[in-house]
Ligand binder design. Structure first.
Ligand code: SIN
Length: 311
């Protein structure tokens, strides 16, 4: 009932983790593999191990989160190695690797290496991390995004999608969609956290995270309307062969239902996974299934992208 297809790979359940949430260590990835998630996606990786930003760098509020992790990860080799182990143990569950090199050349080098690991179902190229001091979010710079995708598709022919930041202006949606439509992308993930928010503790009169003077990416309930708008508009503007994966503010079956109604082919879970752990996948899947049963839907395609608007 909840199955879907991403980049030619069958997911038994259309829910999985957002990159960054509980997916950095081998033990995290094992928990995801053992869970009810329909796929496993790694933390964004670089060529070498990276410590990331100073702590505290993640903070939960009652309705969401702020983070400035700074891409802490074990280096691409660990995630390629884990792909082999994952494939032996969980062959039906696709394993996706998120890549976030610090330059075009670093991304090309990582992709050239990952190209050799056929157990990786697809790459999610992260062009939207808001937490790298001194480095703008690539996908807000349209000429730079084109240069990146030209270079990437020169060397990489296997399934690849990109993780986008949230956009807010319809002109920007159209400009970036025109660029993305030129490339053989398999999917886009909408959205990364809303960059450079500020959460403060009024009692101590202090920001809650340390990097960037307290600024960080906002996730959770705060971002669901923005995420839904991005899913909706990109599913209308992109070629039908580019799937849109929804991400942002999903903590229940109805949130997942809304993302799919806006056009999502699958739905990622970030902040709620951090709060609840991997049990969230089975719970949200059950809730989504109940909603579908009540409405008489037997497959997500019965309602995917079918949001009604008021004429
Ligand atoms: C981080 O590691 O800073 C989060 C990753 C991201 O937002 O892309």
């Amino acid at each position: 009932m909840l199955q879907t297809i991403i980049a030619g790979h069958h997911l038994p359940v259309c829910l999985y983790n957002a990159s960054g949430a509980m997916c950095t260590t081998k033990s995290d990835l094992g928990l995801l593999a053992d869970s009810h998630a329909g796929a496993v996606l790694t933390k964004s990786c670089t060529l070498a191990y990276r410590n990331g930003n100073p702590k505290p760098r993640y903070h939960e509020t009652a309705i969401g989160s702020i983070n400035s992790m700074g891409i802490p990860n074990l280096g691409y080799e660990v995630y390629a190695q884990t792909a082999l182990e994952h494939h032996q143990k969980y062959p039906p569950k696709p394993y996706f690797v998120s890549v976030s090199g610090m330059s075009i050349n670093e991304n090309l080098e990582i992709l050239a290496k990952l190209n050799q690991t056929e157990q990786i179902a697809a790459i999610e190229l992260n062009l939207s991390c808001p937490n790298l001091p001194g480095k703008p979010q690539v996908a807000y710079d349209f000429p730079q995004t084109e240069r990146m995708l030209d270079a990437v598709f020169d060397v990489y022919q296997k399934p690849l999608g990109i993780k986008l930041p949230p956009y807010f202006d319809l002109v920007h949606f159209e400009q970036i969609a025109t660029i993305l439509n030129q490339y053989p992308l398999h999917f886009v993930t909408c959205v990364n956290s809303i960059g450079n928010g500020l959460v403060i503790d009024w009692q101590t009169e202090t920001s809650v995270i340390k990097p960037k003077g307290g600024l960080g990416g906002i996730g959770g309930d705060y971002i669901k309307p923005t995420a839904l708008a991005n899913v909706r508009v990109f599913s209308q503007l992109l070629r039908p062969s580019i799937a849109v994966i929804g991400c942002g503010g999903v903590k229940s079956g109805s949130d997942a239902f809304e993302h799919i109604l806006c056009g999502a082919t699958a739905v990622q879970i970030g902040t709620q996974l951090m709060k609840e752990g991997t049990d969230c996948f089975a719970r949200i899947a059950t809730e989504l299934q109940q909603i579908m049963q009540q409405k008489g839907y037997t497959n997500i395609n019965d309602f995917k992208g079918k949001l009604k608007t008021i004429e």
